[in-house]
Ligand binder design. Structure first.
Ligand SMILES: NC(=O)c1ccc[n+]([C@@H]2O[C@H](COP(=O)([O-])OP(=O)(O)OC[C@H]3O[C@@H](n4cnc5c(N)ncnc54)[C@H](O)[C@@H]3O)[C@@H](O)[C@H]2O)c1
Ligand SMILES: O=C[C@H](O)CS(=O)(=O)O
Length: 483
């Protein structure tokens, strides 16, 4: 499969200062294009001051008991839930997802806070039987210290709490740079944390241009841990930047998820699973099915059913309460989706529904199903990040697995079949971190979320997410023998 050279420039996110308003970043509503407001574009010295404040706050926080930290985190959880409606509407305004999905994300974001409040109570150390009679060996789990994080726009709250919650539970402080596209959700979260009793400065949100803030968070000697969620291209860049101070890094990066439908699949389950895995957040999630692989025997029936469901998805402003597909985040995102569809059609694909921008105009795209997709098309080896379901045909299981694994990504995959032996063969062969089998949705706070290959390093959520913010300290105690 062809690969593309990552474009590290990514002008759409290294937003140049607005002439005359260098100190501010303008934020708009992707559904209407209207300006929502402006946030300060902090410079490096301002970020360094915030890092220093967070470092001081971390010392006090790390010395609290796990139980005391847990109590304050549960208050933080309560505050998020108490403001679910306001946070949801704010999220729709700045990110565009439908209100129902936004409410779901607020609950999802809050679940990491309650989950890790309790996981922090179980950061058990070890006592190891010493090989010598005059020694005793202990292993402590200690907070790594001060963390920093950079997060994406597509889940403006959950991608932040999936880092902030384990950091706080471990006894760390954390400085977060949210996407320039969705800063208000992050700022609201910070305010709720302070109101809930999380010490001021301990969880700090810094708004600013990536090229000003990034080098401080990846290069500051007082920051021991760096956690990033975003594109693989930027993840590679930031991982390299962290090397100069040997920070512990966590990387949650891009995906190219295959979704495989075998001849023996329950077709209704496969169609509904594909709708969920493909069109959630208008196709703008890292675990979205990017390639739909369908076996020859079920292909035509599946395409007919998927086309009907996709064509029925309601496109509009997420605040109207009935919309199922909101806008794409930027004009550049819409242009990329249009380019992927045009390239596929030029190379022989056919749209069974959609295939064009939506009549609503702006950043809206019509939910699209393409047949006749092949591995030479850009949408086969690039993450489309939009509501486009390209259907590829395959003959047998061996061919399906070869197609599924033909990518440098390895975040998520999905498969639909009624055969339990095939379940094991497929799940043991797919080169990914997470699999949905007979389901198109698996994300929750209890799973180890993350990928392999170029989709990331480490895991978030589950019991594993806490270890990303803890260090092991071995202590060997020498003892005198009895006189
Ligand atoms: N694996 C996961 O859990 C996960 C979750 C959500 C999104 N993603 C991925 O993120 C991408 C979409 O999000 P995005 O468009 O915001 O990604 P992005 O990489 O463009 O931006 C992510 C964050 O990085 C910042 N950034 C960009 N360039 C930077 C630089 N040079 N220095 C410092 N910071 C920089 C951005 O401002 C933003 O805050 C997709 O590839 C998606 O798959 C992955
Ligand atoms: O896009 C990235 C998110 O991690 C998606 S999910 O809601 O966690 O599945």
């Amino acid at each position: 499969m062809a690969t593309t050279t990552p474009d590290l420039a990514r002008p759409e996110f290294l937003a140049a200062p607005i002439p005359g308003r260098e100190g501010l970043i303008s934020v708009d509503n992707p559904a209407t294009g209207e300006k929502l407001g402006e946030v300060p574009a902090l410079d490096a010295s301002q970020v360094e001051q915030i890092v220093t404040q967070a470092k001081v706050a971390q010392r006090g926080w790390g010395s609290l008991s796990a139980k005391d930290r847990a109590a304050r985190m549960h208050s933080f959880f309560d505050a998020i839930i108490a403001h679910q409606d306001d946070l949801s509407r704010l999220m729709v305004a700045e990110q565009g997802k439908p209100l129902a999905e936004a409410k779901g994300e607020v609950a999802y974001a809050a679940s990491f806070v309650s989950w890790f409040a309790d996981e922090g109570l179980r950061a058990y150390g070890e006592v190891i039987p010493a090989p010598q009679a005059d020694k005793r060996i202990l292993v402590l789990k200690r907070p790594i210290g001060l963390a920093a994080a950079v997060t994406p726009w597509n889940f403006p709250l959950a991608m932040i709490t999936r880092k902030v919650a384990p950091a706080l539970a471990a006894g760390c402080g954390i400085v977060v740079k949210p996407s320039e596209l969705t800063p208000f959700s992050a700022m609201a979260l910070q305010q709720l944390a302070i109101e809930a009793g999380i010490p001021e400065h301990l969880f700090a949100v810094v708004t600013g241009h990536a090229k000003s803030v990034g080098p401080v968070l990846t290069g500051h000697p007082d920051i021991a841990k760096f956690s990033f969620t975003g594109s693989t291209a930027v993840g590679k860049l930031l991982t390299a930047q962290c090397a100069s101070t040997m920070k512990r890094v966590s990387m949650e990066l891009g995906g190219n998820a295959p979704l495989i439908v075998f001849d023996d699949a329950d077709i209704d389950m496969a169609v509904e699973g594909t709708i969920m895995a493909k069109f959630r957040n208008s196709g703008q999630t890292c675990v979205c099915a990017n390639r739909i692989l369908v076996q020859d025997g079920i292909h035509d029936k599946f395409v007919e059913a998927l086309t009907a469901r996709a064509a029925a998805l309601r496109v509009g402003n997420g605040l109207d309460g009935v919309t199922e597909q909101g806008p794409l985040i930027t004009e550049q995102a819409t242009t990329k989706v249009a380019e992927h569809v045009a390239d596929a059609i030029r190379r022989g694909a056919k749209a069974t529904t959609g295939g064009t921008a939506h009549e609503a105009g702006g950043r809206f795209w019509t939910p699209t199903v393409l047949t006749g997709a092949t591995s030479e098309m850009r949408l086969a080896y690039e993450e489309t990040f939009g509501p486009v379901a390209p259907v590829f045909r395959f003959r047998d299981e061996r061919e399906a697995l070869a197609m599924a694994n033909d990518t440098r990504s390895g975040l998520a995959a999905y498969a639909f079949s009624a055969d339990i032996d095939r379940f094991w063969r497929v799940c043991e062969s797919l080169e990914v971190g997470m699999i949905g089998f007979n389901t198109g949705a698996f994300s929750s706070e209890v799973i180890p979320f993350g990928g392999v290959k170029e989709s990331g390093l480490g895991r978030e959520g589950s019991k594993h997410g806490l270890d990303e913010y803890l260090e092991l300290r071995m202590i060997c105690l020498g003892m005198k023998g009895e006189n």
